[in-house]
Design a protein around this ligand. Structure first.
Ligand SMILES: [Zn+2]
Length: 372
């Protein structure tokens, strides 16, 4: 027996290898061992027939909140990820330097899901949601945040900052500047939440190539499109400069109409993430495949949404050599999906209902070569 598992006859979609074809995939010792047109069954201990199903790299959700039991919005990652084809999640700033050791020991290490982390620039992280975390700039300690990133490169990906009036009070874009200072010290990207009350051009002007804007289709004010519905020139410029735009659906940060207007003009997000937390896991977000289905309704193909939740997501967190693809020798994180036809009801984050004719349904999740 050469292989532990053989996935037989599925349509393999791996944007990193420009692959969209019926192929067999063999897994051995937790790694992708072979991809070929026909791998004989007798070479594997277990064969899983996946004919008429899509086989993709395990999905990567770059915006979630999984610091369960400690922070305002923390969910249990394994409860939702391991049955949705989502093998990697990034917690977007629940922890900062002070609470990071707990995140690592009690959340990241024991989980079956691969859990990474954006370290919040505010030392209190997202421990108390009702009050904005950086009304007082004294909460920001770029040196300690940078030290945490440098000492934990295996599970950290960057610095998180939230730039809405609710989070920053009268501090304008100062929190973002402090986040960038920490990110520069540690040579990592920043993920910046955008929202009402802070002019978006002021935020975009500071963003560096490779930094991530999350909630790009939020519609609470200071949106990516102006009152006439046109994408603002500063957003086009930022994109040209290499700033990454991410959906970050959330409980209040995805307005269908904004996404529609932006996408009609060709402004399509680079990455699709959920911002999954306690306030939206029972709807309207549910999970990453549901969010991907919504973007398919907005005109993207299955292959395109998979690219945004695998290859592009991996690039945004600078892990594209490790995860988000099915290259031989890499960790065998795999999602197996159906795309079903019908009439499906979806909601954005503002109770806007729309109907989609396709829905992505997770079938099997494989994490580090094990069927979950
Ligand atoms: Zn969030």
């Amino acid at each position: 027996m050469n292989y532990d598992i053989l996935l037989k006859g599925g349509t393999v979609i791996d944007p990193a290898q420009r692959l969209n074809k019926i192929k067999d995939i063999a897994i051995s010792n937790g790694l992708i061992a072979a991809i070929d047109d026909d791998i004989p069954k007798d070479l594997a201990k277990q064969t899983i027939p996946v004919k008429h199903k899509y086989v993709t790299p395990g999905l990567i959700d770059i915006h979630t909140h999984v610091y369960y039991g400690v922070t305002t919005w923390g969910i249990r990652a394994d409860d939702v990820c391991t049955n949705t084809g989502t093998t990697t999640v990034v917690d977007a700033g629940s922890a900062s330097w002070a609470s990071f050791p707990g995140f690592k020991e009690f959340i990241s290490e024991p989980a079956q899901t691969n859990i990474l982390n954006y370290v919040h620039i505010s030392g209190i992280g997202l421990i108390y949601g009702p009050v904005g975390e950086i009304h007082d700039l004294a909460y920001a300690d770029p040196d300690r945040v940078a030290d945490t990133l440098i000492a934990n490169r295996d599970i950290t990906v960057g610095v998180k900052v939230r730039q809405g009036k609710m989070q920053v009070g009268d501090n304008g874009v100062e929190p973002l500047k402090l986040a960038i200072r920490a990110a520069e010290q540690a040579d990592t990207p920043v993920m910046c939440h955008i929202g009402q009350g802070i002019p978006l051009p002021d935020v975009l002007e500071l963003m560096r190539p490779g930094d991530v804007i999350t909630h790009c289709f939020q519609g609470n004010g200071d949106n990516i499109v102006d009152e006439k519905g046109n994408v603002i020139p500063e957003a086009w410029k930022a994109r040209e400069d290499g700033v990454i735009f991410d959906v970050g659906h959330g409980g209040g940060s995805f307005r269908y109409e904004i996404a529609q207007r932006a996408m009609e003009q060709g402004f399509i997000s680079d990455v699709i993430s959920t911002d999954l937390h306690t306030g939206n896991i029972d709807g309207p977000v549910y999970d990453l495949p549901t969010t991907l289905s919504k973007l398919m309704h907005l005109g993207l193909t299955f292959e395109e949404v998979i690219e945004k939740a695998t290859l592009n997501a991996a690039k945004a967190i600078k892990r594209e050599n490790v995860i988000g693809n099915l290259k031989i020798g890499n960790i065998a994180d795999v999602g197996i999906f159906d795309v079903v036809d019908g009439e499906f009801e979806f909601f954005d984050a503002h109770d806007t209902k729309f109907f989609g004719s396709k829905k992505i349904e997770p079938v099997i999740t494989i994490r580090e070569g094990m069927v979950v």
